[in-house]
Design a protein around this ligand. Structure first.
Ligand code: PLP
Length: 395
């Protein structure tokens, strides 16, 4: 009945659903405050006040035919121009409305980009650990996801290994910065090295290799770090951005793609991606929230909230004897499982009402991810439980 392509997705999705349902059941049984649910990356910080004000004002003052109507499949030109101006101010780039396509979140930005580029059998490289949906998105267009093994030393991309794994079929390399699930931020040296390696490979193979930069966590960085704007380093860069995390709007489904003029055949790319947006069934990104974004391009995320949660967990877990990466960005803590089987560790955590995601789900066994987009109290109150869990391992 359902297609062969869907069967594994349904099976996999039921594992995620089972985890979600388990959390709901535990909360009903033990009380919400006694369950330490670090499983989901759903921001708990409310959207900034500017967003609510903009929604109300647009509804009150703008022409409803415009607010709720169809527009160019790429999105409202004024919205795209406002974002282009914002990016140019921040990064010294030279974008214009035509370089941007509004999408239904980063998920859609990635899909539209892959649909624009991939022919069946084309290869897409990414680095483990990675956001598991990449595999599904690539499969949507009959591409082949090729995974560079994790660099367990510091979780930066293994560029030497990438060079070995690139073939004439490689059309795209996906990176995610700041990074889900490890919380690392790739600094300028890494982006420079990666760009150089890709340029060399393009020359050697005589092909175009797009660097697709997935950056829904761009603004969520700590300790004065900056996230390099990759179009300035590598001309065939395509950026997939989302307001899901920065402005806590995941349900509104709003993001965009940046296609720089200097990228190969950029005009054809922009035209094809605009059509890909339409034929994906999305047609265009939701209209009301596009107009909201136009007015809120400078609204800021509550980075300090996430930073504090990250520090509470990092300090607490390290003190308990766990080995963790100190978060540099996003809102994830990456913890080494004290036993090789990360799923067994996740199961032991459940005895203490702690919910974590095994690294196996990100193609990196032996680790677990904690999403700390939860209340400060949840983070603080979980520490004694982690200490009890640590005792099971004699840490
Ligand atoms: N990419 C990464 C790395 C993510 O973590 C997520 C969501 O968690 C997405 C893309 C999808 O984001 P969106 O809600 O904008 O589709």
């Amino acid at each position: 009945m359902i297609s062969k392509k869907m069967e594994p997705l349904v099976k996999n999705s039921s594992v995620i659903r089972a985890m979600f349902e388990e959390g709901t059941k535990m909360k009903a049984l033990y009380g919400e405050e006694n369950v330490f649910d670090f499983s989901l990356g759903n921001p708990n910080v409310p959207a900034p006040k500017e967003v609510k004000d903009a929604i109300l004002d647009i509804i009150e003052t703008e022409d409803p035919v415009k607010v709720h109507g169809y527009m160019n499949n790429a999105g409202f030109i004024e919205t795209r121009q406002a974002i282009a101006d914002h990016l140019n101010r921040l990064h010294g780039t030279d974008f214009d409305a035509r370089n941007l396509i509004m999408t239904v979140g980063a998920g859609s930005a990635l899909n539209v980009t892959l649909k624009t580029i991939l022919d069946p059998g084309d290869e897409v490289l990414t680095f483990a650990p990675y956001f598991v949906e990449y595999g599904n998105y690539v499969a949507n267009y009959d591409g082949k996801l090729v995974v560079v093994p994790p660099n367990l030393e510091n979780f930066m991309p293994d560029i030497e290994k990438m060079k070995e794994m690139i073939t004439p079929e490689t059309k795209v390399v996906i990176i995610n910065n700041p990074h889900n699930p490890t919380g690392v931020v790739y600094p300028e040296e890494v982006i420079e090295k990666l760009s150089k390696a890709l340029e060399d490979k393009e020359k050697e193979l005589g092909t175009v290799i797009y660097l697709l930069v997935d950056e829904p966590y761009r603004e969520l960085v700590y300790g004065g770090r900056t996230v390099p704007y990759v179009t300035k380093y590598y001309k065939n860069t395509i950026v997939a951005y989302s307001y899901s995390k920065s402005l806590s709007l995941p349900g509104e489904r709003i993001g965009y793609i940046v296609i720089p003029d200097e990228s190969d055949e950029s005009e054809d790319f922009i035209e094809a991606a605009t059509i890909a947006n339409r034929v994906s069934g999305a047609v265009n990104a939701p209209s009301l929230i596009q107009l909201v974004i136009q007015r809120c391009v400078d609204a800021e995320a509550d980075v300090e909230f996430y930073r504090q949660n990250g520090e509470i967990l990092y300090n607490g877990l390290t003190e308990a004897g766990f080995e963790c990466l100190r978060p540099e960005g996003a809102f994830y803590l990456w913890v080494k499982s004290p036993e090789p089987d990360d799923k067994a560790f996740v199961n032991k955590g459940k005895k203490y009402n702690i919910l974590m995601v095994p690294g196996t789900s990100f193609a990196c066994p032996g680790y677990v991810r904690l999403a700390y987009c939860v209340s400060k109290e949840t983070c603080e109150n979980s520490i004694p439980k982690f200490k009890e869990l640590a005792k099971e391992y004699n840490l």
